[in-house]
Design a protein around this ligand. Sequence first.
Ligand code: SF4
Ligand code: SF4
Length: 328
Amino acid sequence: MPTRKGQDISNKLKAEALRLGFSACGLAKAAPVDFSHYDTYSKWIKTGKHADMGYLEKYEEMRMDPRKLHPGSRTVISLALNYYPEKRLNNDQYQFALYVYGKDYHDVMKQKIRELWSSFCDQLDNTDSSIDVDRIRESCKICVDTAPILERYWAWKSGIGWIGRNKTLIIPHKGSFFFLGEILTELEFDEYDVPMEPHCGTCHKCIDACPMHALGDSIDARLCLSYLTIEHKGEFDEKQSSIDSINKKNNISIYGCDCCQLACPHNRAALPTKVEEFKPSEQFLSMRPDDWNRLTKEEYQQLFRGSAVKRAKYEGLMRNISHLGNHK
Ligand code: SF4
Ligand code: SF4
């Protein structure tokens, strides 16, 4: 069995992750998801709160056990990368969720995780030759958002934070503005982390701050602006159109929503990201409402080259602007 007991490889991996700019790294044994989390997820799907994100209903077996997603896995490594921007859009501009200010995190995070795994495996090479390090290096699976794996659950299980009432992963003294990613590997580590107790206490600021009343015991994606402005295809129906008045009054966002994160006291500790790729361009920061209202497809392509905003497509963004822009 590939293992490194006594080699302190857990700490080596974590030190390397911090050196490469990750904000947190934790380790959990690959195993089926705890029943209570499985049950909560199943009920969320059964009650239709995932809206029309049908992909969340698929691959249940894999989602509930990473060893089905990547056979042979013994460890789930969770990683967090800060995206909190130093420069924000001014209040009189149309707002975007902070996570799309820079380049698409799928590409950036995957590349950084590959780099981490490679340099960590180089260290294994130097310390021990009793197992096939090349195989360990090649056989891992890297996940960033698109694989059927419960990312926040594994981040919690890996001891890097807790899942707050706003359903984000909150890292103590750092907040929640982080991308999450995982490495599934057959390598067994010398030490694993312990899940963290939640520190929300009696706070409910995120629930109060949600303009759509989408937060409760769970999140109702059918009401959530993040879903409606990014994942929802086509026009908004009558009920969803209530977001027009809510958003125009509050200038919340024309792409995604951060209200329940910005309200969280733990995010007062958020520090600006040092990842260059996540920094917004001057062009993006200088866009005025009139520029957005008149945005052509060509300008959209140029402005959002390599950006996660492309998920909503030009038509989706213009639909959002026509409904949610408050400076027509
Ligand atoms: S992202 Fe916005 S709309 Fe969705 S739950 Fe949070 S505050 Fe509510
Ligand atoms: S706002 Fe309060 S309840 Fe909500 S996630 Fe933050 S600490 Fe928890």
